[in-house]
Design a protein around this ligand. Structure first.
Ligand code: ADP
Length: 492
């Protein structure tokens, strides 16, 4: 089970514990710090400076200065691209260290941080490095003897508030397109996972990012986060997290008419038809819910399996789920690590109890914690679930899936859409026409056909309905970080 990593080694790995403002590591003005917990052991690993309103203000002033003066606004687009490439390269040069730090802080397995989180973060910077010198406006044919053309200009100072499930990757999704567009940044990592963001701040300095362009201010949502979303000199706020927090941020941003983009939760349907390739569909159901211990906003947490194969499918799925190796995040053979925090761990166990108390739902596997230290939960499948049960309606954000029976295509599209969310969905079938019909019928920002959790920095990602608005990744994200200026010239 979870082994405590030697305190000395942890101490060496955690190099930065202060706020990064205007290119310097500084204490919080209040002098306050907060504890960072290792979810694999439940023990405090270190304390980190706690940003509050005054620090957000200092970071915003630095970001405004860097936006308006100094080297950054004069930097050519191509040079901004080169800077993004250097960041990407530095992330990969420090891959192992970042992976260990991320696993310690978040609890996810080292195999995943090494092979998914860190390379995908670097790829995001690489991708936007390529866009920086391709932000073209257009020449518009207008009436009269006029020349009209457009430019894509930065939004200004952007506030970015991110969650704890993919700390460095969520940072990359936000910071890379923001720099690409020429904005400056005040970034608040989640209070549960500030460490990789602080190491990233050092890498920014090493990559030659001018002071004030990227400011990293760990702190709590109600204080530091609220100070960002209400700050009069922040032009835009980008947020990923719970829909209820999104609502609070939207209200706060309204006061100063900030642009906002929100990537919120999900209760995504993963739909398996009778005619699917069953081994691939089982692998997809497994990855869909148990990847990252279910702490994934697009997790396939409602597994719809058609009646003809339902029973055998769930049996084999449960058999494979039982063999997942849950344990020490730093062990290379671990497949599922710890849940991020005690709060999250208890919330998930609470939902498992709710499931157990549903008369018609049956536990097919899991349903309990693993070990007695750290926040580990056995992969859990409930069968016989219906869409009206709480475990099928509410986002659990853990390794808990609800298997739901369905009769036909029309019914599953209707049931799949019967949710407040619309982030993602999966469809498993060998019938290509049916696959596309269902993909078109589902109200979700991403639909995966015969795959699940496929991502690429080039492909847009975001939600319908309560899953938010605005698209991250791809060309689409550049719309969040640029604004169009129309210029007229009298040619008479
Ligand atoms: P969770 O409850 O799973 O941590 P949240 O949506 O609360 O999800 O957190 C996501 C991010 O939003 C974190 O960085 C958190 O600090 C921040 N946050 C939480 N509450 C607020 C708030 N009232 N205003 C701004 N940011 C917030």
């Amino acid at each position: 089970m979870a082994t405590a990593t030697a305190p000395g080694a942890v101490g060496e790995l955690i190099r930065q514990r202060k706020l990064f403002i205007d290119g310097e590591f500084v204490d919080a003005q209040s002098g306050k710090t907060f504890g960072v917990i290792n979810p694999g052991t439940g023990a405090e690993m270190c304390r980190v400076a706690e940003a509050d309103k005054a620090d957000i203000d200092a970071a915003t002033k630095a970001a405004r200065r860097a936006f308006e003066s100094g080297p950054y606004p004069k930097m050519s687009n191509r040079d901004r691209g080169r800077m993004l490439s250097r960041i990407a390269a530095l992330i990969m040069e420090n891959r192992e260290e970042l992976a260990r730090l991320e696993s310690l802080d978040n609890g996810k397995p080292i195999g995943e941080t090494m092979n998914v989180d860190i390379p995908a973060s670097a790829a995001t910077f690489e991708y936007y490095a390529g866009w920086a010198d391709k932000l073209e406006g257009s020449v518009i044919p207008v009436d009269g003897n006029n020349l009209n053309y457009t430019r894509l200009e930065p939004v200004g100072v952007v506030g970015q508030i991110i969650p704890w499930n993919f700390p460095l990757l969520m940072l990359a999704w936000k910071i890379a397109p923001a720099i690409c567009g020429g904005n400056t940044i005040v970034m608040k990592p989640a209070e549960q996972t500030p460490l990789s963001a602080l190491r990233f701040a050092e890498l920014c300095a090493e990559a030659g990012v001018p002071p004030g362009v990227v400011n990293i201010v760990p702190g709590f949502g109600e204080t530091a986060g609220a100070a960002i979303s209400g700050h009069p000199d922040i032009d835009k706020v980008a947020f990923t997290g719970e829909w209820k927090t999104g609502q609070i941020i939207m209200r706060a941003a309204a006061g100063t008419l900030k642009r906002i983009s929100l990537e919120l939760g999900g209760k995504s349907p993963n739909i398996v038809f009778d005619d699917a390739d069953i081994p691939s569909a089982i692998a997809g159901a497994m990855g869909g819910i148990f990847f990252n211990a279910g702490e994934v906003c697009c997790a396939g947490s409602r597994l719809f399996v058609q009646s003809g194969i339902h029973k055998e499918f769930v049996q084999e799925f449960a058999h494979q789920a039982n063999s997942i190796k849950v344990g020490d995040p730093l062990d290379e053979t671990t497949q599922q690590g710890a849940q991020v925090s005690k709060e999250q761990f208890e919330k998930i166990l609470g939902y498992i109890d709710i499931g157990k108390n549903e008369d018609k739902a049956e536990l097919a596997c899991g349903g309990e914690r693993v070990g007695d230290t750290g926040y580990f939960i056995r992969p859990t499948i409930f069968d016989g679930v219906t869409n009206d049960m709480r475990i099928a309606r509410e986002e659990i954000f853990g390794p808990v899936v609800s298997a739901i029976d369905f009769a036909d295509e029309e019914a599953v599209i209707a049931e799949g859409n019967k949710t407040m969310y619309g982030l993602a969905a999966g469809v498993w079938t060998k019938d290509i026409k049916k696959a596309h019909r269902v993909a078109h019928g589902l109200r979700a920002g991403t639909v995966w056909i015969n795959t699940y959790n496929a991502f690429d920095a080039a492909s847009p990602f975001g939600g319908f309905k309560y899953s938010g608005f605005g698209r991250e990744n791809g060309k689409a994200a550049l719309e969040l970080y640029t604004q169009v200026k129309s210029i007229w010239v009298n040619m008479d």
